[in-house]
Design a protein around this ligand. Structure first.
Ligand code: ATR
Length: 274
């Protein structure tokens, strides 16, 4: 019988994870089934228990359950503990291992797929919610020269920066506080694109040759990437590569095999082409 995996979320119908993991499994000769499962907003724990009882070996977790998955895990990776959120669960008897592959996926997309090294770079991270928290430690591990967290509400950015003070000095404030500075990498980890809103970023934040990276993706250009183009960011990328790379990292945790992400990303990209 094939090993069973799934992704839990709400909503989940449009998840690309089943197609991504099916492609990984086919290319690496792994015998597994990967499904998308809707969990009720107040029914995540029950959904997980039912999945384990049915023989599920592991699960991905997406909005809005990442923090609940963090609390449910009986054991956490260091990066998941830092992120305060779990996107990958592995089940073994009564052991529920929680990991977070989002930051590793982001870093791998930048360094491998885009050929952009983070060492010595000035990074601006926009947003101070869960998406932002999840990637900070992996970004700092790449040894940038500085990291600034900017958020609509400055207090949240300042608190988030302070919680990583044991790793590095992280600066923080509202968007206006970035005025007069320029950055080699600007990452959008806000959910502003979801509502089609653009961010009030001061001019001049994109250094020549800088990378603008939006964790969001979709058909066409996101509002953040449109702004980055207008303001002269040298390279612009959406979050499709991060999606595929975080999946590859989860696949590795479960199967011990690192799948080739290049053809899978190319196929997804072709499907998203306008
Ligand atoms: P996620 O888990 O996706 O990070 P979240 O925890 O709700 O979701 O955080 C959303 C982030 O997007 C926050 O940083 C939020 O800013 P505030 O902390 O000031 O609320 C940011 N955000 C959402 N909509 C935004 C908008 N229209 N303009 C600027 N920032 C926005």
């Amino acid at each position: 019988m094939s090993d069973l995996y799934c992704v839990f979320g709400n909503p989940i119908a449009h998840s690309k994870s089943p197609a991504i993991h099916a492609a990984f499994a086919a290319a690496s000769g792994q015998d597994l089934i990967y499904e998308a499962r809707l969990a009720a907003v107040d029914g995540f724990q029950q959904a997980i228990s039912g999945f384990i009882a049915a023989g599920g070996k592991g699960a991905n977790v997406t909005v809005p359950f990442k923090e609940e998955a963090f609390r449910l895990a009986t054991r956490l990776s260091e990066r998941a503990a830092r992120a305060g959120a779990v996107n990958t669960l592995a089940f073994n008897g009564s052991d529920i291992f929680g990991d977070n592959t989002d930051g590793a996926g982001l870093v791998r997309d930048m360094t491998h797929n885009l050929g952009f090294s983070l060492a010595g770079k000035r990074i601006l991270l926009l947003g101070a919610g869960g998406a932002s928290r999840g990637v900070i430690a992996p970004l700092l591990a790449e040894k940038p020269v500085s990291l600034f967290i900017a958020n609509r509400s400055a207090d949240k950015a300042v608190a988030l920066a302070a919680s990583f003070a044991d790793i590095a000095t992280v600066n923080a404030g509202n968007f206006a506080k970035t005025k007069g500075n320029s950055f080699d990498l600007v990452i959008n980890a806000t959910s502003a694109s979801l509502s089609g809103e653009s961010l009030p970023l001061p001019p001049g934040i994109f250094a020549p040759g800088s990378l603008a990276y939006d964790m969001m993706y979709g058909k066409g250009e996101t509002p953040f990437l449109a702004l980055a183009r207008e303001q002269g960011a040298g390279v612009r990328a959406d979050g499709l590569g991060m999606l595929v790379e975080q999946a590859a990292e989860a696949f590795f945790i479960w199967r011990g095999v690192r799948p080739d992400t290049v053809p899978v990303l190319a196929e997804l990209r072709a499907k998203l082409a306008p």
